[in-house]
Ligand binder design. Structure first.
Ligand SMILES: NC(=O)c1ccc[n+]([C@@H]2O[C@H](COP(=O)([O-])OP(=O)(O)OC[C@H]3O[C@@H](n4cnc5c(N)ncnc54)[C@H](OP(=O)(O)O)[C@@H]3O)[C@@H](O)[C@H]2O)c1
Length: 213
């Protein structure tokens, strides 16, 4: 049975994007460059993206420090499906039809199903009947692998609904001061976490937690 993970890059003060994210359709909004530097500051490529590139699929030129590459590649290799919100989909330009990882099925929660979707390697499903439905469909697609949640509203809704098993934070030592917060609107009761792993790497600390239920 698939499990659900929130795996995102975050500033020390809790932001996953800067204040002007939507003004940059390529996803290069202010703050984004600073929190994603660790993706490009090393010399280790990520195998599944290299393979996609060899197939002629346009992918980000990931080059990570060795310690970060190990964490990132493990996440990519274990991924079975992605659930995201409509804003992330729009800001990324629908990833040109190839999703965050070419070939991985993508589920987009939205009230507005687009008329046209770019054609690429990833199968896109637009889900209009709520977050539980999106996660259920993504789990079915993922099989025994992980469902990864993107953006901030989808992880928040899933945390509130008790649908998240683990959280992987790539914590970047920068204080953005403003932007889109990951852990807002979680309700009054709090959520307990158990620390599973800490990996220190240049420009980023990788923290993995289990959600205690
Ligand atoms: N740091 C990282 O690792 C990372 C990774 C991914 C994304 N991001 C950033 O995250 C930001 C986007 O996050 P966000 O929270 O603002 O937006 P989002 O979650 O991507 O999208 C929110 C939108 O999705 C739709 N939606 C959400 N829940 C829904 C539901 N239950 N039913 C129907 N529709 C629903 C709504 O759009 P409609 O009503 O218009 O359909 C809503 O306005 C971007 O800046 C992106 O770059 C950061």
């Amino acid at each position: 049975m698939a499990k659900v993970i929130v795996a995102l890059t975050m500033s020390l003060d809790g932001f996953i994007a800067g204040r002007s994210d939507a003004e940059h359709p390529d996803g290069e909004g202010e703050g984004v460059r600073r929190i994603f530097d660790w993706y490009f500051d090393g010399d280790t490529p990520i195998r599944p993206y290299q393979e996609a590139e060899r197939r002629g699929v346009p992918v980000p030129p990931f080059k990570l420090a060795a310690a970060s590459a190990k964490v990132f590649e493990e996440l990519v290799d274990s991924g079975g499906a992605v659930v995201t919100g409509r804003r992330t989909y729009d800001i990324s330009g629908a990833w040109g039809g190839n999703g965050p990882l070419p070939g991985l099925p993508l589920f987009v929660v939205t009230h507005r199903v687009p008329d046209q979707v770019p054609q690429g390697e990833s199968r896109y499903t637009f889900v209009t009947d709520g977050i539980e439905s999106a996660v259920k469909q993504a789990k079915a697609a993922a099989g025994d692998r992980w469902v990864s949640l993107m953006g901030s509203s989808v992880p928040q809704q899933c945390l509130q609904a008790g649908l998240v098993d683990e959280i992987q934070i790539h914590l970047v030592p920068v204080l953005l001061g403003t932007g889109i917060r990951l852990f807002d609107h979680l309700g009054p009761d709090g959520i307990d976490l158990e620390l599973l792993r800490v990996v220190e790497a240049p420009g980023v600390t990788h923290l993995r937690y289990r959600v205690v239920r």
